[in-house]
Unconditional design. Sequence first.
Length: 86
Amino acid sequence: MGASVLVTAKTQSGDSVMVGAAGGKVETLDFSAVGIDYFWEPTSTGGAPTPTLAQDGDKYTVTGKIKQLHDYTKLSDFTFRAACPH
């Protein structure tokens, strides 16, 4: 995970997920869930902490708290898990 990587995926419900990472750290996170858009980047977090990125072989997990684009008054928990085939 030393190089920069951008992962774009669709969830089973058709929602989108984009994660940008470099050096094992999340740089940007953009996703929608149940019609609500969420976004995180270091300069416009709205007070949300940096998400964590863990790797176990070809499996990745991103967890953290994020604020909705249209409502910066509350934090929502999230977890993404993905496997990257080789």
